[in-house]
Design a protein around this ligand. Structure first.
Ligand code: RB5
Length: 143
């Protein structure tokens, strides 16, 4: 189950991602926003982040204008590793190395074709499971 969230800067791209997920028969939950009207990204970041940490959803995808504000907000939730990706290399690397559990995208930064390739890469790349990466991820949570 994939959790989706956006603000107005990401609304259009969220609709593209929904069509993609439906075409691939990938289950998702849409946590809003549900219209292109101005919306505050922390609200949707927190909804999706909590759905991921409480196990309702396995991963999340968050979209705002740049992907930055919404990822900063999501990363405040303990256990969240949200990565802003603008290319497939970083989407693959953040799954392999960081076991990122939320992909953040900028609806004003990446076009829909590239965004869907990034989503595909993020969802289909497993964590490497390598000890050095597990150790570093564990270190993220230390104060
Ligand atoms: C909204 O205008 C914009 O600030 C927001 O979508 C995002 O880019 C923030 O980081």
């Amino acid at each position: 189950m994939i959790a989706l969230g956006c603000d107005h800067g990401g609304y259009e791209l969220k609709q593209e991602i929904i069509s993609y997920l439906e075409s691939k028969k990938i289950s998702y939950r849409d946590y809003g926003s549900f219209s292109p009207e101005p919306a505050d990204y922390p609200e949707y970041a927190h909804r999706v982040a909590h759905a991921v940490v409480n196990g309702e959803c396995e991963k999340g995808i968050l979209i705002c204008g740049t992907g930055i504000g919404i990822s900063i907000a999501a990363n405040k939730v303990k256990g969240i590793r949200a990565a802003v990706c603008t290319d497939c290399f970083t989407a693959e690397a953040t799954r392999l190395h960081n076991d990122a559990n939320i992909l953040a995208l900028g609806g004003r930064v990446v076009g829909p074709g590239l965004a869907l390739k990034i989503v595909e890469t993020f969802l289909n790349t497993p964590f490497s499971g390598e000890e050095r990466h597990s150790r570093r991820i564990a270190g993220i949570e230390k104060d």
